[in-house]
Design a protein around this ligand. Sequence first.
Ligand SMILES: Nc1ncnc2c1ncn2[C@@H]1O[C@H](COP(=O)(O)OP(=O)(O)OP(=O)(O)O)[C@@H](O)[C@H]1O
Ligand SMILES: CC(C)(CO)[C@@H](O)C(=O)[O-]
Ligand code: BAL
Length: 280
Amino acid sequence: MLICKTVAEVRAAVADLRRAGSVGLVTTMGALHAGHMALVAAARADHPSVVATIFVNPTQFGNPADLETYPRTEEADLAMLRAAGVAAVFMPDAGVMYPPGDQTVVETVGLAQAYHGAVRPGHFRGVATVVTKLFNIVGADAAYFGEKDYQQLAVIRRMVADLFIPTAIHGVPTVREADGLAMSSRNVRLTPGDRAAAPVLHRALRAAEDTVRHGGTVEEAAQAIHDILSDEPRATLTGLDIVNVADFTAATGDPTAPIGIMISARFGEVLLIDQKEVTP
Ligand SMILES: Nc1ncnc2c1ncn2[C@@H]1O[C@H](COP(=O)(O)OP(=O)(O)OP(=O)(O)O)[C@@H](O)[C@H]1O
Ligand SMILES: CC(C)(CO)[C@@H](O)C(=O)[O-]
Ligand code: BAL
């Protein structure tokens, strides 16, 4: 597995890999877990070569403490990627991605502010900007993103369509712990008590799904989530948005087409998100 630190190194590696066929890309912020490895497996199934990136992108963190305490497990990450058959890893320093004088941003102006974007102002601008840079640097045929970061996936699909970026985007279902908690690099920052409470997010999403499956409205599904979260004192609900899957507009009333339910909550200092798609 090649380890590339510069743009020139990763471009040379990809040019070489292209001789064996197409190239898939998995972008990460490291602290890898089975969710990331599901993205790698999906990419490996479609492409002879897979490139992964590890970069804790400062521009998508609103809160300096969140950036500071973001888990970093470089040696273990590289061992996991190597074992999964990744061909090359791009792990640039911040100065490579944002050299002196850098000033260009990419923003899906409507979607970036809405929903979870209102909970983390500036976050989706940072994501769209760094993902555009990574796509331009690597030049992969396709890239794989987790559905857990549901609005992020929508932002990236929008940006790729709007900017005619020739990288196909694939969503991969959320990988969960045995108790239902969505795997996330931030889970290791939960206190034992908060870790035990955190599966409440998945329970709440399942209750909302049941409500819709039994003929309930979007508003009744939202109420089911509020009811379950209000019984868990360790969780503070920070966002609950229910959208039409087709166009990411807010869903209301009786759903007749698939909806996406997005939820975010704080457990102490740690912000967790989860999501579920429901077909009525
Ligand atoms: N549980 C999961 N199942 C599938 N994909 C996931 C899961 N968690 C993260 N991913 C995907 O992995 C990619 C990299 O995500 P990232 O490195 O931010 O990890 P993370 O676990 O989401 O961390 P965070 O704590 O920042 O949410 C993204 O496309 C993300 O959607
Ligand atoms: C896509 C991404 C790697 C951009 O920094 C990040 O937001 C993530 O890990 O989901
Ligand atoms: N998984 C999305 C990256 C972030 O939370 O900053």
